[in-house]
Write a protein that binds this ligand. Structure first.
Ligand code: FES
Length: 113
């Protein structure tokens, strides 16, 4: 009796689960939206990196954001988030004190989800 082999028949259940999990991780990483920010009349786009501060993520991606204290006090790192607020954690106490505009964030305080 001839047995027909398909791609599905060659993958054991465990491997299928691992592939499915891997696919969902890849999908979640690639489907994340780009963050668009503006500082000093310059616009920048950056890819969100989970659990990183917006400032660190921008600097790692070669985006020359201005900053100074990194403590949320000087306000030098202030950016307007044009797109991608949904991938940032809610504003911190320092940000709430500094800005009424919900789109303004301190890059040194805003953390990416
Ligand atoms: S660098 Fe000073 S508030 Fe962010």
């Amino acid at each position: 009796m001839e047995r027909r082999l398909t791609v599905g028949s060659l993958i054991k259940n465990k491997q299928r689960i691992e592939i499915a999990e891997f696919s969902s991780v890849i999908e979640s990483k690639t489907m994340r939206s780009v963050i668009k920010i503006k500082q000093n009349n310059q616009s920048f786009k950056l890819l969100p990196i989970s659990n990183e501060l917006l400032l660190d993520s921008a600097l790692k991606q070669g985006i020359p954001l201005d900053y100074k204290c990194r403590k949320g006090t000087c306000g030098k790192c202030a950016v307007e988030v044009i797109e991608g607020q949904n991938v940032l954690y809610p504003r911190t106490k320092r940000e709430l004190e500094k800005f009424r505009d919900v789109n303004m964030r301190l890059a040194c305080q805003a953390r990416i989800k």
